[in-house]
Design a protein around this ligand. Structure first.
Ligand SMILES: Cc1ncc(COP(=O)(O)O)c(C=O)c1O
Length: 401
């Protein structure tokens, strides 16, 4: 179990692991069993009543999934965690544990488009509304957005692609002054760079498909509970059991493996990202680089304050040549993968305006800092020199063939 004296790298390997009583397996095995035997009549009754902590049906709990839940709770400084089938499922369950018809959410404007769609379109169908604040660090704007029926405030620790790192302590304070919990999506920060609960977050959400799994092979999600909202995980687990987005025990096993090397990967990926962002900033064909780790970035002060050990590995930059230059770069890279995914050991490249953000109006694209020449990078663990050389050959060939 987690030891409060352990450093992050020790904890990522050992936290949450309980010795296997059966065969002494060192690694928590994949328990691919939908159900679990009851010793007798009374034990069956006790498990359903929650009087016996044993498992009964994987949709409500499973030893492989529980091991990764304990590890995530430890790494995020939470008291409990719930793993589910995807990041999107984690967001859905996290919000719906707090919200009902007629309720309202205040969210930062700069968030993952899937979350924005969920809040704006899907929840609206069930009578839950959302307001989006351009700058969650603006006290007046945040206070003006909060309504008597607001039941959650939501931000991301490192928004993509703009890297507008929020002032977590401030946002938590304002939310709490209004009696509202703060939910933070820490997918891009990961607990290696930031533990939002330490700064006042009440609930932390992850797409574990990204950096936590790390290898692009297991979709998953998680919710970590700071222990400040009464019965939060218990209610979330009941809701998840009823809605049904269960994490496969096999994906939980892959996630467990991924987390064991999180610090090593984040250190390398964030260092690579800083090197690439710095190099891009010096190129004449690059108009701007939206990386919080750069001293020139308007969000650098918050990045410095809240992120430790690096500034993350996902950011955007904008080419002066607009969409033709972006198309040329995307088509000419050889090492970077053209993909809509994040946090992989492989480096990934994407053109947001024609893919993830294609449904936005030109005005919304501008609001989100996305121009025709904007490119998003998710930097992997490869050698930075190779990643830069590949971008360089692709950029230099634009207009010369
Ligand atoms: C910040 C963030 N949160 C949540 C999600 C959704 O996660 P998933 O793809 O695991 O459903 C994503 C996916 O890109 C994301 O970037």
């Amino acid at each position: 179990m987690a030891d409060t004296e352990w450093g992050f790298s020790t904890e990522q390997v050992h936290a949450g692991i309980e010795p296997d009583g059966g065969h002494g397996a060192r690694i928590t095995p994949v328990y691919l069993s939908n159900g679990f035997l009851f010793a007798d009549f009374d034990q069956a009754r006790e498990r359903f009543a929650g009087e016996d902590e044993g498992y009964y049906y994987t949709r409500y709990g499973n030893p492989t999934i529980a091991a990764v839940e304990r590890k995530l709770a430890g790494l995020e400084h939470g008291v409990d965690a719930l793993a589910v089938a995807s990041g999107q499922a984690a967001l859905t369950i996290a919000f719906l544990t707090l919200l009902r018809q007629g309720d309202h959410v205040v969210s930062a404007r700069s968030i993952y488009e899937g979350t924005r769609g969920l809040l704006r379109e899907e929840f609206a169908r069930f009578g839950i509304t959302a307001s989006f604040v351009d700058d969650p660090n603006d006290a007046a704007a945040l206070a003006a957005a909060l309504q008597p029926n607001t039941r959650a405030v939501f931000v991301e620790s490192i928004p993509n692609p703009g890297n507008e790192v929020p002032d977590l302590e401030f946002v938590a304070r304002v939310a709490h002054e209004h009696g509202v919990p703060l939910i933070v999506d820490n997918t891009l920060g990961t607990p290696y760079h930031v533990r939002p609960i330490d700064f006042g977050a009440d609930v932390v959400v992850h797409s574990t498909s990204k950096f936590l799994s790390g290898h692009g092979s297991a979709i998953g999600g998680a919710i970590v509970d700071a222990g400040r909202v009464a019965n939060y995980t218990k209610n979330a687990r009941t809701l998840a059991g009823r809605f049904g987005p269960t994490l496969s025990p096999f994906n939980a096993f892959l996630l467990q493996h991924g987390i064991e090397t999180l610090s090593l990967r984040m250190r390398q990926q964030s260092a690579n990202a800083l090197e690439i962002a710095t190099w891009l900033e010096g190129r004449p064909d690059v108009a701007s680089v939206a990386y919080g780790g750069l001293a020139s970035n308007p969000h650098h002060a918050n990045a410095e304050r809240y992120l430790t050990g690096g500034y993350g590995a996902v950011f955007a930059f904008t080419l002066r040549g607009g969409q033709p230059a972006a198309e040329s770069l995307i088509n000419r890279v050889r090492l970077w993968s053209r993909m809509t995914h994040l946090g992989d050991v492989r480096s990934l490249i994407l053109h947001p305006a024609s893919t993830t953000h294609t449904h936005l109006t030109p005005a919304e694209l501008t609001e989100n800092g996305i121009e025709p020449g904007t490119i998003r990078l998710s930097v992997g663990i490869e050698d930075a020199a190779d990643l830069i050389a590949d971008l360089e050959q692709a950029l230099d060939r634009h207009g010369h063939e």
